[in-house]
Design a protein around this ligand. Sequence first.
Ligand SMILES: *Cc1c(COP(=O)(O)O)cnc(C)c1O
Length: 409
Amino acid sequence: MQRWRDVARASGLASPDGSARPTIFAEMTVLAQRTGAANLGQGFPDSDGPAWIREIAAAAIRDGVNQYPPGRGAPELRRAVAAHQLRRYGIELDPEREVLVTAGATEAIAAAVLALAGPGDEVVTLEPFYDSHAAAIAMAGATHVTVPLVPGPDGFRLDTAALGTAVSERTRIILVNTPHNPTGTVLSRPELQLIADAARRADALVVTDEVYEHLTFDGVTHTPIAALPGMAERTLTISSAGKTFSLTGWKIGWVAGPAELIEAVTAIKQFLTYSGGAPFQPAIARALVDGDPDIAALRDSLSARRDLLVAGLRDAGFELVVPAGTYFVCADATPFLAEGDDGAAFARALPERAGVATVPVSAFCREGSATSQALAPWVRFTFVKDEQTLRTAVERLRELDPRRGAVQR
Ligand SMILES: *Cc1c(COP(=O)(O)O)cnc(C)c1O
């Protein structure tokens, strides 16, 4: 069996028999475009990040910052990442040896998993999980083990009993994601402590995807697991400028942690892209130093947009879990499901039925898993869209008739 089939299957690119098919994300976007639906499926901002940050990149292009940057990243960006981790979280890093700039968080995740896990190793993730996590594990030929996040009145919470069974001496990496896509959960300090304890017991490494670190609401704050006592030495922390500064197309990310682990990730990374984004790197370096007001403004505006969407979905009759962070809210579509339908069928029909696009949460689960079954009626909506798009979507969803499973127009 060729490895690409495992990867394709893990990432939803292929059906169980291995034949290629478009991802549900691509399918929903095509549907949204064809039907003119408000696209709350794919999670990218519909307005660009701060002009002053873009100007620095434009000036860098004009001023000749157009050739390969250093393989580990521009020194000023590595210094800015180290300074950011110290100022925000009290994490000390040597920018020379403990920070690596990558082509977005996506490359950092892939390079870290490829560097540190292989056939015979288990990599534990939360479930649901971000699709590239499963793909990276499959590319490494490692075995994917999951721990459910379970919806309840306090949000999607870690299944702590399942964590205990999932992590064993076979575990090489616990791949954490907080704030979490797709659920919007921000793992609590006690939950992170349990994960840290499990990692230490199993002598496993932790790789943590924190791309939404700044996008939390209601005074909830993000804690990097590397900041927990004794965890810095076994943790690689990954983040990126894309979500923080609404510049997802720039693909400037980074990974930080112990020098010997960064060395291993660099060995892989240099043959994935070697380096990239030369003119964007000085711009993001400045953004990390001077961008706090922009981050605060984005957080406030996202929080307001979350409130708008949450109220609208509730009004329309959805049960949901209010997210404490990220771009996303997950909602239970059970009241709107026709006999025998699930969230995937609902998502496929919704653009025609109501003029709104969404994605099923099962797309973030392993095919046939218990979590996939438990969350089968759930869908994920994004609120990282302008207010008008959200209002349009909410008005359209209000017309959904739960009883008839059809829209009344
Ligand atoms: C968007 C996203 C990424 C990808 O980040 P890039 O910097 O664009 O590569 C990684 N992880 C999660 C959870 C995301 O939502």
